[in-house]
Write a protein that binds this ligand. Structure first.
Ligand code: SAH
Ligand code: SF4
Ligand code: F3S
Length: 436
């Protein structure tokens, strides 16, 4: 019999945090009889799954705990999980005694063991086999996410993730393929393979098995019957070797939208960031991909105002943006993070207003590109997997290269691949009519 305890989870951060939240929800449902709710005020357990990649969300955490504590049902528990839990640990309870437990990003699988122990703090980043077992995480009925690795072994000098998620371990391929199969059996036609650095997959298996690369994994996952589309994030530009690019180009199940996190277009800043590639390498990889994949869309992450970034360095970034013409850019202003190597460059930090000006310039340039790029789609017919119903009589879905498309339609179209002739474009999505 269900006791009907209710769980509210607020998730910040990246897609790995989303899967972690779904994993916690599933463990708590299985072992502790919790059901999820979207209403914080009726929850018996509130979990904030945090991100610490930039300062802003971290500083908001404590005011948020205060708000939750004020509005929550009497006797409801509050837990803080994820990357900020890993890096602040028991300090969280010291600063906010309303918090009942703290669970690090690497320890999510322990949720059932600590949820009932007031004051417990579990933040070890040691390797733990139990972290392999993830619940099937779903964006919607048709899309599932599957973790392929935990942690990150890179040492990008601005980044806190390696210290919150620990050493990089690849999950055995059999477990991944098995989970993809289960997701497909439950109705998914698309999976996203997740890791902080997916294409270094296979460097470190816990069982010390022999050579098996991300390209091998893509080949094996694409054999799963009923699976139509494979996406993955994030790959690292350094590890985009020819073998990977060729598999990406020729494997029809792999979505033709790739994330290539540039971070900076300046080779000297890339060196200071310890990214391991040059401006030329990045441009070469993007050009090779574009040459082999006709409708390729490329998305990226860029950090402006890294310590020491000169106007010339920034212009190198603009130059890469002009050459590659990214389809989406996630722009960030550098944010100093505790324990990272870039703190050593504090004396050459860029004044905030210069960082903001660079950010605006980059955003404006990208907007101009987007208008031009999106207009080229008008008149084309595209195959769209319809995933959701909108309240205004429209349905919405995504193309193989991850463009969002809206059209008139009803629930009969859900889960179908339909051909849509594009009639209108905005900077972020397309509209069209169904054609037979
Ligand atoms: N593993 C992923 C990135 C995870 S963090 C990858 O390498 O692509 C997501 C993004 O946050 C990074 O790509 C970077 O652009 C940004 N980021 C990370 N640390 C940052 C910091 N200290 N300041 C600003 N942006 C940061
Ligand atoms: Fe951070 Fe670099 Fe690892 Fe990405 S690859 S998580 S940016 S250290
Ligand atoms: Fe944030 Fe941790 Fe993801 S710091 S971006 S939630 S790995």
């Amino acid at each position: 019999m269900s006791s009907n305890k209710k769980l509210f989870i607020q998730t910040l951060g990246c897609q790995m945090n989303d899967t972690d939240s779904q994993h916690m929800a599933s463990e708590l449902e299985k072992h502790k009889d919790y059901v999820q709710t979207n209403i914080m005020e009726e929850a018996d357990l509130i979990i904030i799954n945090t991100c610490s990649v930039r300062e802003k969300p971290v500083s908001r955490l404590f005011s948020e705990i205060g708000q939750f504590n004020k509005k929550k049902k009497q006797g409801a528990k509050i837990g803080v999980a994820g990357c900020t839990a890993s890096h602040l640990g028991e300090d969280i309870i010291r600063r906010a005694p309303a918090v009942d437990f703290v669970l690090g990003a690497r320890n999510i699988s322990k949720i059932k063991d600590i949820v009932d122990i007031k004051g417990s703090v579990e933040i070890s980043i040691n390797h733990d086999e139990s972290t392999y077992e993830f619940a099937t995480a779903k964006t919607n009925k048709y899309r599932a996410s599957v973790n392929i690795s935990v942690g990150c072994d890179k040492k990008c000098t601005y980044c806190i993730v390696p210290s919150t998620r620990g050493e990089e371990i690849s999950i055995p391929p059999e477990m991944i393929v098995d989970q993809v199969r289960r997701s497909v059996a439950e109705g998914a036609v698309e999976v996203t393979l997740l890791g902080q650095n997916v294409n270094s997959y296979g460097r470190n298996f816990s069982d010390g098995r022999g050579k098996y690369t991300f390209t091998n994994l893509l080949q094996d996952v694409s054999k799963v019957e009923g699976l139509e589309r494979i996406r993955f994030t994030s790959p690292h530009p350094l590890h985009m070797d020819d073998e990977f690019i060729e598999e990406f180009a020729k494997n029809p199940k792999i979505s033709k939208c790739i994330h290539m996190p540039l971070q900076s277009g300046s080779t000297s800043i890339l060196r200071a960031m310890k990214r391991g590639y040059t401006k030329e390498w990045f441009l070469n990889r993007a050009a090779k991909l574009r040459a082999l994949v006709p409708n390729l869309r490329i998305t990226t992450d860029i950090i402006v105002a890294f310590p020491g970034e000169t106007q010339e360095d920034f212009e190198d970034t603009l130059d890469v943006v002009n050459q590659v013409r990214f389809n989406q850019i996630f722009n960030f202003k550098y944010s100093p993070r505790p324990g990272t190597e870039a703190l050593n460059f504090a004396d050459i930090e860029i004044p905030d207003e210069n960082g903001s000006a660079r950010l605006i310039e980059l955003i404006e340039l990208h907007k101009k590109h987007l208008v031009e790029i999106m207009d080229t789609y008008v008149g084309e017919t595209m195959t769209v997997l319809i995933e959701s119903l909108k309240p205004n009589g429209e349905v919405c879905g995504f193309t193989d290269n991850f463009l969002q498309v809206f059209t008139k339609g009803s629930d009969e179209l859900l889960g179908q691949f339909v051909n849509i002739k594009i009639t209108e474009a905005s900077r972020t999505s397309l509209k069209g009519v169904v054609v037979l």
